[in-house]
Design a protein around this ligand. Sequence first.
Ligand code: ADP
Ligand code: AMP
Length: 218
Amino acid sequence: MRLILLGPPGAGKGTQATRVAERFEVPHIATGDLLRQIVAQETDLGREAKRYMDAGKLVPDGVVLQMLRDRLSQPDAQKGFLLDGFPRNRVQAEALDVMLAEVGHDIDAVVSIRVPDQEIIERISGRRSCPVCKRVYHTVSNPPANDGICDDDDAELVQREDDKPDVVQERLDVFHRQTAPLIEFYGDRELIRTIDGVGEVDEVSDRIAEALEGAGVS
Ligand code: ADP
Ligand code: AMP
């Protein structure tokens, strides 16, 4: 099972990907998470990536493609994967096709999650995450039991640097300019299913399950 979740930042890709990956027993591969791991290592590469991320820009394709190639070559990704946050432009989408063709595979389905910009801004401004277990919350729609504290490990929740308002607009612009054209790219190959990402998390999960069924993935 080789799946892609496409959508603007804050669309709920990570929230939904956890569920889909569990259901299909494939690894959830989020390039944003992989990049944040590299940044945490404080190497030259990490510092370079951080500059782009803090500005809301895409990290250069060369860095992201090498990182993804390494991740896809891991044993757990041989049976399939769910990509979240990749590809984000045409160069990456074409490179992914080449990588998969080299091992005789193809993408099975792409689910595009549609959420209006205004809702995105509300979601991102309320997003908080646990620095220890990475669980994602929302101050209003999905708060922890105790304000600002992770339910699972009592760590203090943090706001991502790039979730601050001035960067969010740039990330949305980058999505519309560079990532949204991939809807057509995959649409031309009849791989895409578009779903409404507004509603309860469970409702959105049901729509994704239905879309995957419609794409012959179940
Ligand atoms: P992405 O991975 O696409 O950037 P996330 O899964 O991190 O998005 O979700 C962004 C924020 O929106 C988080 O704070 C999350 O708790 C919240 N969220 C996710 N799905 C929904 C939903 N269906 N309705 C309201 N808020 C949501
Ligand atoms: P995300 O966690 O998906 O919101 O990604 C956070 C940031 O990481 C983005 O704003 C980009 O700077 C960077 N990033 C994540 N995935 C990619 C990608 N596929 N290509 C380029 N940059 C990426």
